[in-house]
Design a protein around this ligand. Structure first.
Ligand SMILES: C[S@@+](CC[C@H](N)C(=O)[O-])C[C@H]1O[C@@H](n2cnc3c(N)ncnc32)[C@H](O)[C@@H]1O
Length: 605
């Protein structure tokens, strides 16, 4: 521990009389991170000598217990519990033969509960990946045939499934896509009462940036990265941006699924999936397909597995931003292999060295530069380090600080029988969006496709204006004091947006009378009749998420912003409807209640 403390010494110098005194004052979270860093330092030291037989985190007895529990739950009619337990049995199973039986059992269970695509995915896995007993294989062949017949019928019955492409698919990975699609459109969408036209393709495709940026590959050419003394780097509009324009579309540099989503979503791409496959070595990660498993292994999971073995024994949970930090570390060091090279690097050998981007050159989202230069808000890791584990510890610590400052929450929309909820799935760092500063009255909206992010303008942004994200502190729902306190504590800045400087009221208290609204143009130029008509139309159609409704929201918001000053209730309400509508179009998941694992949690919220 003592060698590790030398890493934090420069930071604590003014604040503490002795390291131990300071340590007792640390927030438990901070202590944990120091623990994780120390653990990693140990792992780094032993990395090449570490013996790992691949079975340590699996447990035969536990797996069998979950399997029996699954059967019991199913016979009592508790399908969701049955499914949860069979997935737990699969993730803890050490033996490939028994694993084949567990996956085969899940296939039969999925068939019984009507999730045919997932049932076929599992059956295919038994035929191709895991070799189970011949009688199980025979049973699965019959079940697969029946699943295909029933699935085709199900798809034919559904008005959205006229496309042959998703019928009679045999490849497991292709099936995973189809599975996602079929779930999206499984039932009719009752809440879409105002829809006139529905275009499946628009809903499924990840939108693209229209005006390609030659320097920022994931962004529109209408923005760039600028710099100033206070905020350092930030995003600026260099051209006029209309409401609803796509500004950024990108996949995460790195992401971490919440532990309570592990049994329902892919650890790598965050897709919701009932036929998850286990990692061969650990019980912590499950994947929707071999492709995602391979990508995770290549990026970080090869070494992460060994670290989980270590941290589990020490009862340390590495989740959220800490897991993001660990994964950044593993990505940058190629699963730890390049650690020594990195340590000896002229610039990056010091985690706090500050070589910045040249924004006149194309920006490469995957470049190590992009990771190393993330804002961390601490400048205490300036000491030149001499030992590999100290270096590993400080690098890990640096990335953890970066993760806190740069992570975005990732979510999906879930349609429950009578309501729609947004569910948090995990956290991720997005290489371009992470440059955006905060405003309590942000001018962009974010939504997700799996863990891809799509960023749009939510009002007109003029050339020269800054593009503002929101770090979870909107003036609509939080008071000035709450916002300032949160931003200061977590991001170390004082927000100077108009909502803060003028102390705007919360959404419930916003003024709503058009005749008293402050105008941006001479009053006599405003067609108040038109305003009334649009306002009426808005209140009649919202909530809605058809192309027409969204287009109307965009038009109306543009009009409101060009005509009336904020703060005003109509701006806020229409913006909320627009964001909801975009989110719904972007990532819609409709549950069949009986196969939803954690439906009760959502209903209670
Ligand atoms: C996600 S980073 C944004 C990009 C960062 N400015 C950079 O240079 O990489 C978040 C950090 O940016 C700074 N920041 C963000 N919004 C700000 C604001 N409105 N005023 C001052 N600083 C801000 C704070 O230091 C914050 O911790």
């Amino acid at each position: 521990m003592s060698s590790f403390f030398s890493v934090i010494n420069p930071w604590s110098a003014e604040k503490m009389r002795s390291v131990s005194e300071y340590f007792t004052l640390l927030h438990p979270d901070v202590r944990l991170r120091i623990g994780v860093a120390t653990v990693y330092a140990n792992v780094a030291r032993k990395h090449h000598k570490l013996r790992f037989d691949g079975q340590n985190l699996k447990n035969s007895k536990l797996s069998l217990k979950y399997k029996n529990k699954s059967v019991k739950k199913y016979t009592r009619g508790k399908k969701d519990e049955a499914l949860k337990n069979i997935i737990l049995s699969i993730s803890t199973c050490p033996d490939t033969y028994k694993l084949a039986i567990a996956i085969g059992s899940r296939s039969l269970l999925l068939h019984l509960i009507g999730d045919y695509i997932s049932a076929i995915v599992d059956a295919n896995r038994i035929f191709e990946l895991y070799k189970g007993p011949p009688n199980l294989i025979q049973l699965l062949r019959e079940e697969k045939r029946e699943s295909i017949t029933l699935l085709n019928k199900q798809l034919r019955d559904d008005e959205h499934y006229t496309r042959k492409k998703y019928l009679n698919i045999t490849d497991p990975d292709e099936f995973n896509d189809a599975m996602f699609l079929s779930r999206l459109f499984y039932k009719k969408m009752e809440f879409r009462t105002h829809e006139t036209k529905f275009n499946v393709d628009n809903w499924l495709k990840i939108p693209e940036v229209f005006y390609k940026n030659a320097l920022l590959p994931n962004a529109t050419s209408k923005i760039n990265i600028s710099k100033d003394e206070i905020k350092k780097r930030f995003i600026k509009a260099v051209d006029n941006i209309e409401t609803g324009e796509i500004l950024i579309v990108e996949k995460p540099l790195v992401s971490a699924l919440d532990p309570d989503r592990m049994l329902t979503h892919c650890s790598f791409c965050f897709v919701r999936c009932t036929s998850l496959m286990p990692c061969k070595l650990c019980t912590v990660a499950l994947y929707c397909s071999q492709k995602c498993y391979d990508k995770a292994l290549k990026k970080y999971h090869t070494t992460e597995c060994r670290i989980f073995q270590f941290t589990e024994k020490k009862k340390l949970t590495v989740v959220g931003t800490k897991l993001v930090a660990l994964r950044l570390f593993l990505i940058c060091t190629d699963n730890g292999r390049l650690l020594r090279d990195l340590m000896n690097h002229e610039v990056y050998g010091n985690p706090c060295s500050n070589k910045d981007f040249n924004f006149d050159q194309p920006f490469h989202p995957k470049d190590y530069f992009n990771i190393h230069n993330m804002e961390d808000n601490y400048e205490f890791l300036t000491k030149k380090l001499s030992e590999l584990e100290e270096f590993a510890g400080s690098l890990l610590l640096k990335f953890w600080l970066c993760s806190i400052v740069n992570c975005h929450g990732v979510s999906e929309f879930v349609h429950l029988p009578n309501k729609l909820v947004e569910v948090q799935l995990g956290v991720a760092i997005y290489p371009t969006l992470r440059f955006a500063s905060h405003s309590c009255n942000q001018n962009i909206s974010r939504f997700f496709h799996k863990n891809y992010i799509v960023v749009r303008s939510c009002r007109p942004i003029a050339a020269g204006e800054e593009v503002f994200d929101n770090y979870g502190q909107s003036y609509l729902t939080k008071t000035l004091e709450e916002r300032q306190e949160h931003l200061q504590r977590n991001y170390f800045f004082e927000c100077k947006c108009a909502a803060c400087e003028e102390n705007w009221p919360l959404v419930v208290d916003l003024p709503s009378d058009f005749s008293k609204a402050e105008c941006k143009i001479p009053k006599e130029q405003i067609n108040m009749k038109q305003v009334e008509e649009w306002s009426k139309k808005y209140h009649k159609i919202s909530p809605a998420c058809s192309d027409e409704a969204l287009y109307f929201f965009y038009t109306y918001i543009t009009f409101l912003h060009k005509t009336f000053r904020q703060p005003f209730k109509e701006h806020a309400l229409v913006e909320i409807s627009m964001v909801f509508s975009e989110g719904m179009r972007g990532n819609y998941y409709n549950h069949k209640k009986e196969i939803l694992l954690d439906v009760k949690d959502y209903v209670l919220k």
